[in-house]
Design a protein around this ligand. Sequence first.
Ligand SMILES: Cc1cc2nc3c(=O)[nH]c(=O)nc-3n(C[C@H](O)[C@H](O)[C@H](O)COP(=O)(O)OP(=O)(O)OC[C@H]3O[C@@H](n4cnc5c(N)ncnc54)[C@H](O)[C@@H]3O)c2cc1C
Length: 409
Amino acid sequence: MLVIGAGVVGISCAMFLQRAGFAVSVIDRVGSGESCSFGNASGVAITEMLPISRPGMAMKVPGWLLDPDGPLSVPVSYMPRLAPWMLRFLRAGSAQRVRELAVAAAALARCSIDDHEILLSAANAKHLLFGDFCASIYDRESEYERAKADWDLRAELGFPCHKISGAEMHELEPDISPDIGCAVIMDGWRNYSDPYRFVTALAECFVRNGGTIVCDEVVGFDVENSQVNAVRLAAGGAHRSDHVVVAAGAWSHLLAEQLGSSVPLEADRGYNTTMPNTGIKLGRQLVYEAGGLAVTPLSEGLRIGGAVEFAGLDAPPNYRRADAMLRKASKILPGLKDTSGTQWMGHRPALPDFVPVIGRSPVISNVFYTFGHGHLGLTWGPTSGRLVAEMVAGQPPSLDLEPYRVDRF
Ligand SMILES: Cc1cc2nc3c(=O)[nH]c(=O)nc-3n(C[C@H](O)[C@H](O)[C@H](O)COP(=O)(O)OP(=O)(O)OC[C@H]3O[C@@H](n4cnc5c(N)ncnc54)[C@H](O)[C@@H]3O)c2cc1C
């Protein structure tokens, strides 16, 4: 049994497959958790189930692109390449599709905390998880009113959130400006004190229990009678396997293509800065919708970031995106002064219709896919791993997997 990719998704698959009794190897060209799973905002964001694309969004995209500090950036040279993906993305934003996709995402969110806890118990790492809720901050009441239908849909799907005044939020977290309009409390969120440490703790547990992690790049497959017999490695030679799980994050489509499945996956590049000395004290994560950013207190310091940039897998990072978010965050955190720290960019694996791929290949019978978790891979990774293990073991799936099929595009 071979898993390609040692991010949060691949390592979660490896752990659940191992628990199901399989002898598992993981291959990654870098160390466990060193790609997108390294520097994310650390939120087990169980109330984030609404697709990003919405009715009327097409009208907003040009304005966002023209604003150098806006929430979306696409270099002109990348626009022709992105256009087909963007059309699919906008189509996924129809009112009916938004509801269907939210239902599919909520099904994953409902299992999320339990699946994190299974893996954390196994790895003896429960101490890495903290927090009780996340607060979504609004500059003005009117912004909340405009978003109210979203909060109502979350409640309908079983995730009620409640609004508090700006003064109440300031009382809960005194470093937040008293001038904010209001906030919404999203109960049930958790955070990791260090998301990278979470993945490495799981990887260490996996190896302690007999798993193998190989540092190499998969460059091809030996296929015979619609079955993969072995993967070809960049260092030379092959690694034989009876089953293969592709959990290679933003690079997964390159492997799926070789295995006969074409998937519109894009790298949705996000940025942040982790600062040890801001002096800001927060007890939990904040989401600032108007700024398109999240603020998280971590063991290393305060992490501020978010943003969406489409520029492909190979373009160098543009850290002006990270600087812009610090400027915006200072509006809700007026005490944010010392912003020296470490900047980071990660490739979120983004499918145009928001929900990940979790399913068996329709072409190669011993290949399973799980990728495309976009902004929510940390949240959904463990559940994806459990669902993959169920499929490989031939158990009836505990969720309807139809919405996550690889051939839905
Ligand atoms: C700024 C930012 C903030 C975020 N905040 C959150 C958050 O708060 N909550 C949340 O749930 N999610 C968040 N995310 C999203 C989350 O980080 C990702 O969805 C998640 O890390 C994806 O995990 P993955 O395992 O699919 O991919 P990765 O972690 O990228 O792992 C994929 C691995 O596959 C390997 N690989 C690829 N191709 C090959 C090959 N051919 N051979 C060998 N190895 C290969 C890569 O080297 C890589 O290590 C955030 C992302 C960003 C950028």
